[in-house]
Write a protein that binds this ligand. Structure first.
Ligand code: C5P
Length: 431
């Protein structure tokens, strides 16, 4: 696929180098068009080296090739990251005074803006109006992430993480996200309302997607890399959501407990299978709860035959590659669709001498961008035995991205699940 990566003049321009890497590693040809201001942050040489292509923002370079027409026509997708307030204004106003803005006017494929600016600029009436205008024309504008900005200030305005922009961009072209942005209106559900069983309870009429269990990443036909997740907390959540009247889909990796009756069940093994199933099902979910323990890495190759133990050869070394962060992708897809959805992540944390488990969890909540993060402190408790994995009880703290709470819950995994479901019902009712 031919991708144009427009880079605006903000400090976050350096993060676009990582985004460019994600595109090229996925096999796409990328033409980078940095604005003049952005080259004060990241130089043309960096973009040329990373993209393997010549880079300019001058319409008068290679005039014989009519670049501003050709690049726009050939682009299957244009991603602008970081999109400054100035670039959003220019795009909304139809300006065409450099190669990036003319290319944006020529483009007929999907366009994705990933804004980054100080909170005041993002919330200024001009920017709000420009974003609404662009969205009303079918242009996709991600909401910026919330968190630390360039100076001492924090708030909405951070460039979303490169993985999230990448996921949102891919969602635009793989057809799973062919939804236009009518300023502020939620995406229509693809499943007819009649598919949701009539039930009573605080989640009646809601579709809840839950992932559970621990993924298995195969090494060869008989071995895999796994983790300690029993699936008990995910199953308890499914039971609690069913009891609250929701239509529940449970996508689960191997578990020690049976899946509950009454839910739609999809069984998967690997993180990549979980990703495909989750992103598809999330398109129509009102709530997504990512309780699965997803392997962060998988073996880079899967041996077709059993890896042999031989005395005359060296011990095998297993090379690993990183799995995609599904939770981050679910958040990005929601933003790209302008979908109204509550997203809950789980975090098993340990503290150390630098910070406690809650501080690490808060960092994770901001990085992932989900609405709620259910945090449990893992590792040996006072008795020396494991506190959470495989146990029937749990003790959690539920952190909210909007700063509410935190809410504590303790007891059986079902009691903890009931507390999460109650919080979700309250948040859905408040919308
Ligand atoms: O980064 P960490 O694994 O601690 O994050 C935990 C949360 O992120 C859980 O909700 C888990 O389901 C989700 N996750 C994911 N994809 C990954 C790793 C974790 O969705 N590759």
């Amino acid at each position: 696929m031919n991708i144009v990566l427009g880079v605006g003049g903000g400090i976050a321009a350096y993060k676009s180098a990582l985004l460019l890497r994600l595109f090229t590693e996925a096999g796409h040809a990328v033409t980078v068009i940095p604005t003049d201001a952005s080259t004060k942050f990241v130089g043309v040489a960096t973009w040329e080296a990373l993209s393997g292509r010549p880079v300019t923002n001058n319409v008068f370079d290679s005039v014989d090739q009519v670049n501003h027409v050709r690049i726009g026509h050939e682009a299957d997708l244009i991603v602008v990251a970081p999109a400054t307030a100035d670039l959003l204004a220019k795009a909304a106003g139809g300006h065409a005074n450099d190669l990036l803005t003319t290319t944006l006017l020529m483009a007929r494929g999907p366009v994705l803006f990933a804004p980054a600016m100080h909170t005041e600029m993002w919330q200024h009436a001009s920017t709000v109006a420009n974003v609404a205008l662009l969205r009303s024309r079918g242009v996709h504008v991600l909401d910026p992430a919330v968190g630390r900005l360039t100076g001492p200030d924090t708030g909405p305005g951070r460039l979303p993480e490169p993985e999230a922009i990448f996921a949102a961009a891919m969602a635009l072209v793989d057809g799973s996200c062919a939804v236009t942005h009518d300023a502020g209106s939620p995406a229509p559900a693809a499943t007819p309302a009649s598919a949701v069983p009539a039930a009573s309870g605080p989640l009646a009429g809601k579709r809840v997607l839950i992932t559970a269990g621990g993924t298995r990443e195969p090494l060869d036909p008989v071995r895999y890399l796994g983790n300690k997740s029993s699936g008990k907390q995910g199953v308890a959540l499914a039971e609690a959501a069913l009891a609250a009247g929701a239509a529940v889909t449970l996508i689960h990796a191997p578990m020690e407990v049976p899946a509950p009756a009454g839910a739609t069940i999809q069984r998967i093994e690997t993180a990549l299978e979980l990703r495909a199933a989750t992103l598809a099902a999330a398109a129509t979910a009102d709530v997504v709860i990512m309780a699965a323990a997803v392997a962060d890495f998988r073996p880079s190759t899967i041996s077709t035959g059993k890896i042999k133990k031989r005395d005359d050869t060296a011990d095998p070394v297993i090379a690993l590659v990183r799995n995609p962060d599904i939770l981050v992708e679910v958040v990005a897809h929601r933003a790209a669709r302008n979908q109204v959805q509550l997203i809950v992540g789980f975090a098993a944390e340990t503290g150390d001498d630098r910070a406690d488990a809650r501080s690490y969890a808060r960092e994770k909540l901001v990085r992932k961008g989900c609405d709620l993060l259910v945090v449990n402190e893992v590792g040996p408790g006072e008795s020396g035995s494991e506190r959470v994995f495989g146990q029937d009880n749990n003790q959690v703290e539920i952190l909210a991205l909007d700063g509410a709470g935190p809410v504590q819950a303790a007891g059986s995994k079902r009691e903890v699940a009931d507390a999460v479901v109650l919080l979700l019902a309250q948040r859905l009712a408040a919308r």
